[in-house]
Design a protein around this ligand. Structure first.
Ligand SMILES: *[C@@H]1O[C@H](CO)[C@@H](O)[C@H](O)[C@H]1NC(C)=O
Length: 327
């Protein structure tokens, strides 16, 4: 008789409903842009069942965000992942890159026929800390020449990767006018003389303004589109008047200087000094000074010398001929 009751006990493990089938933390909170982990413990007999993480105020109508396939494999959907540890009877939910809108009521759940065992978890999200303003940086000042072009690189925190980025003009961040905006992808966007490309590998977006005019000088903003206040960074753009087209243009600083091969120790004495980079004479400010100040001066001096030393045709002949005539 005891054998029968023992068999019954093993056959109907699910009947021990007195204990909570699934439990977890009643409340979890984290910061915007941070991540959080929720661990739900279940009774051992639920080991081989599918587990899920569900969102909604009511258990009956919540929306499943991630669900295991009854194995221990990690399942990830967007910013949420789930993994079941069937040795310790715990499944772990991870939510990453948290947003304020992620706050709310969630449920740990186990799929079974009939009503699922569920446990309610309240998730709170605190606003990001003040350093959120530093999540987007760039150059405070950029200058270029009329008719030239300029490039601004804005660096952002990796969590803004999939957000739309823009380049905005106006003294006030709140009322600036968006000149160009990405579509949250890495595609090049171009509008008139302004183009923009987001690099989501190194978290930098690059704005290029071409064919610059004096009127382009002013205040601009790098920005990221998000709910609430956008992260923005102020960039002063100044434009220098264009100079005469063939002279006095200041050369653009070379971003990548050619690297001279390292001379080996034995030949160091025989290697000639690296020749200076070839550059246009007209682009040198010293050459311009020479051309416009010293050259006229030199010409004037030359004229003066020539005038002083001019052939004494009339007075000379007068002095010489009488001498010859007297011979
Ligand atoms: C992003 O930057 C990386 C590293 O500089 C580069 O290898 C990659 O090609 C860039 N991607 C785009 C879309 O420009």
């Amino acid at each position: 008789m005891w054998q029968f009751s023992a068999l019954l006990f093993f056959l109907l493990p699910g009947c021990s409903t007195a204990q909570d089938p699934v439990t977890g933390p009643e409340e979890v909170s984290s910061q915007e842009q941070g991540s959080l982990i929720v661990q739900c413990q279940y009774a051992s007999h639920w080991k081989d069942y599918r587990k899920y993480w569900c969102r909604g105020a009511e258990w009956s109508s919540c929306k499943i965000l991630v669900e295991t396939d009854a194995s221990e494999c990690l399942v990830k959907e967007n910013r949420v992942s789930i993994r079941d540890d069937q040795r310790n009877f715990i499944f772990t939910v991870t939510m990453e890159d948290l947003r304020m809108s992620d706050a709310g009521i969630y449920w740990c759940g186990i799929v079974k026929s009939g009503y699922d065992p569920m446990f309610k978890v309240r998730v709170g999200i605190e606003p990001g800390c003040s350093t959120a303003q530093d999540l987007l940086t760039g150059p405070k000042e950029v200058s270029s020449q009329e008719q030239g072009s300029l490039t601004v690189r804005c660096q952002y925190g990796s969590w803004w990767k999939d957000y739309r980025k823009y380049w905005c003009r106006g003294a006030e961040w709140s009322s600036c006018k968006i000149l160009v905006e990405t579509d949250a992808s890495e595609c090049l966007v171009k509008k008139n003389r302004v183009s923009m490309r987001d690099n989501q590998t190194n978290f930098i977006f690059t704005v290029t303004m071409e064919d610059l005019r004096m009127s382009d000088a002013g205040i601009y903003w790098c920005g990221i589109t998000k709910a609430g206040y956008d992260p923005m960074f102020k960039v002063h753009v100044s434009i220098d008047p264009g100079s005469s087209p063939w002279c006095c243009t200041i050369p653009e600083p070379t971003t990548s200087s050619p690297v001279d091969p390292q001379p080996s120790m034995t030949t160091i004495d025989t290697i000639p000094a690296p020749s200076p980079q070839p550059r246009s004479l007209l682009s040198s400010p010293y050459f311009c000074i020479l051309l416009f100040l010293e050259l006229p001066l030199f010409l004037c001096m030359l004229c003066a010398i020539l005038w002083v030393n001019r052939p004494q045709t009339w007075s000379g002949r007068q002095g010489i001929w009488p001498y010859h005539e007297s011979q």
